[in-house]
Design a protein around this ligand. Structure first.
Ligand code: NAD
Ligand code: DAU
Length: 337
């Protein structure tokens, strides 16, 4: 199987590439990534010399860059992780980049697939497209899309463009919508790595609002296994929710992290809430379990411990990411080519 992965230098994409290379000896992966602030080739340093892997720097919203990637094909599949992925940035730093990558970029990939063929598209989407839940209920695939923040709105737009390409042009595509991921190589702007990093360094842990907002957590490797199943066996045109049933209020999660790191709760700071903050997410992943027999392999507490250990033993990675030093890696490894 030959796969074009887009956005493979980010958190989930790099875990997915590592998962595929270690699971399938015959797989070949081309990774097209723009290397924004969130794209870090150090995430893939261990596979960089693997002859089955190739990196290409480029923008999914540039026809020329996407054509370059397709000319390294043909591909059996395209897996699109490339995105601006942080809600706070979409709220405070402007929406242009989100529209550019998440919406225009997805359409350019769809156009390239139509023009050049490229097998199946797996569009990696998010539970945030459904909006927010009250105290009860879970998101199911047939719920209306009701995104509440600019990031989620651009992801919902991309889902609809994929749906339209399947319906109008007969494209082979599947969409997955996953809940909040955590695990190694997650950029420390997101809740779990931020709290771990701050706790390790005795810095304050900023909790938004009353801290009673609920997220449904999944270890990144369980997400990657689900993506692989959907890619190989999912129904054309279908949407699959992915979630492991770990609903936890933020404040409780932050307290657990502090306990595991061995730091006091006095580090917690309640800060001004995120505007329009979604109160609760919870996934119904019944379709994925029934049709593709997926179950999560990791218990939440074990996975959280693994993640804390990983950040504790990868201080250099953390320092590089926070100082911007990781950008030099590209020049060092790829600069002369
Ligand atoms: P991330 O921010 O860690 O990585 C995004 C990657 O995309 C980076 O490597 C970045 O360089 C690359 N990229 C950005 N713009 C690009 C462009 N124009 N062209 C090519 N590459 C570009 O994100 P993540 O957390 O790994 O999320 C990956 C995907 O999964 C996203 O589509 C996100 O919406 C979705 N998702 C994330 C979560 C989560 O909890 N993190 C949950 C569900 C779905
Ligand atoms: O649900 C899937 C989504 O999960 C993905 O689509 C997004 O790409 C990903 O960023 C994530 O979005 P969230 O907004 O849920 O994740 P974040 O880590 O930013 O925040 C998780 C919760 O923690 C949320 O309720 C806000 C809160 N929070 C976050 C940060 C960064 C805090 O209380 N303090 C913080 O400093």
């Amino acid at each position: 199987m030959r796969i074009l992965v887009t956005g493979g230098a980010g958190f989930i994409g790099s875990n997915f590439i590592r998962y595929m290379l270690s699971t399938y000896p015959e797989v070949q992966v081309v990774n097209l990534d723009l290397l924004t602030y969130a794209g870090n080739l150090e995430n893939l340093a261990d596979v960089q010399a693997d002859s089955r892997y190739r990196f290409l720097r480029g923008d999914i919203a540039s026809e020329r860059d996407v054509d370059r990637a397709f000319s390294l094909g043909p591909y059996d599949a395209v897996v699109n992780f490339a995105a601006e992925s942080h809600v706070d940035r979409s709220l405070h730093l402007g929406v242009d980049r989100f529209i550019h990558t998440n919406i225009a970029g997805t359409q350019i990939l769809l156009d390239a697939l139509r023009r050049r063929g490229g097998g199946r598209l797996l569009q990696v989407s998010t539970d945030e497209v459904y909006g927010s839940l009250g105290e009860r209920g879970r998101f199911s695939e047939d719920m209306p899309l009701a995104p509440n923040n600019p990031y989620a709105a651009t992801k919902a737009a991309a889902d609809l463009l994929v749906r339209a390409a399947v319906h109008s042009h007969g494209l082979d595509a599947v969409i997955t919508r996953c809940s909040n991921n955590f695990g190694p190589y997650q950029f420390p702007e997101k809740l779990i790595p931020l709290m771990i990093a701050n706790a390790l360094e005795d810095r304050p842990l900023p909790v938004y609002g009353d801290g009673r907002h609920v997220r449904d957590w999944i270890y990144v490797e369980d997400h990657c296994r689900a993506l692989d199943l959907v890619l190989r066996r999912g129904r054309r045109g279908a949407v699959y929710n992915i979630g492991a049933g770990n609903e936890i209020p933020n404040i409780e999660l932050v307290r657990r992290i502090l306990r595991l790191v061995g730091k006091p709760e006095s580090l917690i700071r309640f800060v001004k809430d995120r505007p329009g903050h979604d109160r609760r997410y919870a996934m119904d992943a019944g379709r994925l379990r029934r049709e593709l027999q997926w179950t999560p392999s990791y218990q939440f507490d074990d996975a959280l411990r693994l993640t804390i250990d990983w950040y504790g033993t990868h201080r250099e990675w953390l320092d590089h990411v926070r100082s911007g030093e990781y950008r030099r890696y590209f020049e060092k490894v790829y600069g002369g080519r």
